[in-house]
Design a protein around this ligand. Structure first.
Ligand SMILES: Cc1ncc(COP(=O)(O)O)c(C=O)c1O
Length: 428
């Protein structure tokens, strides 16, 4: 994709070098080149300052260069980097899991990974192993990662799957997309649940797990009706199917509660986490109830899971989120942003929908409110224009602008970002 704006001289040099050596599969919208970050602010190679509403793809929940995370990493650096946790015991890694469970009551076992997709791979393997069943159910427009197991479910964009088959046996059911449905919440929920029922019947009940994002992330920050997840939970329990919550993007207080599914009043059987739980270092976890995670020694492992630096950073990040009650800030600032965006929606014809929970907010850009045709070009222009004015945001879905800032965002910073956002919308 063409860059948003003309980068500064130093930034341009890095971009040219990048284009020579980095995989062309990366999809860069921006020409921002990272130099340093602090809290909700970023600086590029040429000294330009940006307000960050992207948080390194929903990772930097505790803010960039969080002093507590940095200090924990420095302390661990002096003790060593890697213990080989899957083969040797390490207190730093155990402490991280214990800290995670202090935020996740009712889950008793964790498998540590290095990324979101690896957490999903672990979950689908555990689901298959523990159920002895073959099929997986996921949802239209879902995103669960890009390795072969998770990719078998991912279908938020055709390019992600095209040319990579064959895939694992997966059935896709309809995910409720209230803005693009003519049905009321109740009927839409019913239709989507029936779509899952249909898929289960098609494979004669041979379903190991249903994988669901509490709020679809890459698919367009799509928030299902309030009762959808409860109905899905009920169905899975009745059918003896494991419910796996992919909380990789929505979890970690992004929506106000530690798990986004908690906010929907639902407890999944398995949970996939990554992104924000490492405070910026690569770490993920797949957690399950003790009664489910009973796979035998040697059945699943890795090399870097439980890496000491990542666990030290993760423990500090989780501690910080708990201590600073980031969930409360998320609810307050998120509400403030949503209220202001609703006002903008009334004023601008190209803002079709404003939705989200906490600081997981999507703005669907359309050609006009009546036709609801996707405003693909308009969305790109808004993101580019905002970048030029010093606000970084990411796209999601076909024409959604997503706001997923660090969770330490203040109301003043939110207002500053919204001011730039409004100007960008106006310019389009
Ligand atoms: C909901 C969800 N699941 C899985 C993944 C994959 O995570 P990773 O990119 O760390 O493999 C992502 C990444 O965006 C995600 O949003």
């Amino acid at each position: 994709m063409a860059a948003c704006r003309t980068p500064g001289r130093k930034s341009q040099r890095v971009i040219s070098r990048d284009h020579r050596v980095a995989s062309p599969s990366y999809g860069r919208v921006h020409s921002f080149v990272y130099k340093r970050g602090k809290g909700c602010w970023l600086w590029d190679m040429d000294g330009r300052k940006y307000l960050d509403f992207a948080a390194g793809i929903a990772v930097m929940n505790v803010g960039h260069s969080n002093p507590e995370v940095v200090s924990a990493v420095k302390k661990q650096l002096s003790l060593g980097l890697h213990a080989g946790f899957p083969d040797f015991y390490a207190e730093t890694s155990v402490r991280f899991i214990e800290k995670l469970f202090s935020l996740l009551p009712g889950f008793g076992k964790a498998f540590l990974t290095n990324s979101g997709t690896e957490s999903v791979e672990a979950a689908l393997k555990l689901a298959k192993w523990s159920s002895g069943k073959k099929w997986l159910i996921a949802f239209d427009h879902c995103f669960h990662g890009r390795t072969m197991g998770s990719l078998s479910m991912t279908n938020s964009k055709p390019v992600q799957q095209k040319g990579f088959g064959p895939f694992l046996p997966v059935k896709h059911a309809e995910f409720p997309y209230p803005y693009r449905s003519k049905l009321d919440d109740e009927s839409l929920t019913e239709r989507c649940i029936q779509s899952v029922v249909k898929r289960v019947k098609e494979v004669k009940g041979d379903v190991a797990a249903v994988f669901v994002e509490p709020i679809q992330g890459e698919g367009g920050y799509v928030v299902p009706p309030a009762g959808f997840h409860k109905e899905l939970r009920k169905l899975c329990t009745e059918e003896g199917i494991l419910l796996c919550g992919d909380e990789i993007q929505a979890g970690c207080f992004r929506t106000g509660t530690f798990l986004a599914l908690q906010g929907f009043g639902v407890k999944p059987d398995l949970v996939c986490l990554a992104k924000a739980i490492g405070g910026g270092l690569p770490i993920g976890a797949m957690v399950a109830k003790k009664s489910i995670m009973r796979w035998p020694e040697g059945s699943h492992s890795n090399t870097f899971g439980g890496n000491l630096l990542a666990c030290a950073a993760g423990t500090a990040a989780l501690d910080f989120m708990k201590k600073k009650r980031l969930g409360e800030n998320v609810k307050n600032v998120g509400k403030h942003i949503l209220t202001r965006l609703e006002e903008l929606k009334e004023r601008y014809e190209i803002i079709g929908d404003v939705r989200g929970r906490g600081l997981m907010i999507g703005i669907e850009i359309v050609k006009d409110k009546k036709s609801k045709r996707f405003g693909i070009e308009e969305r790109k222009k808004i993101i580019c224009s905002a970048e030029k004015a010093g606000l970084l945001m990411l796209p999601a879905g076909k024409s959604v602008v997503r706001m997923c800032p660090p969770l330490v965002l203040t109301k003043e910073q939110a207002d500053k970002g919204l001011e730039i956002f409004e100007k960008a919308v106006k310019s389009v």
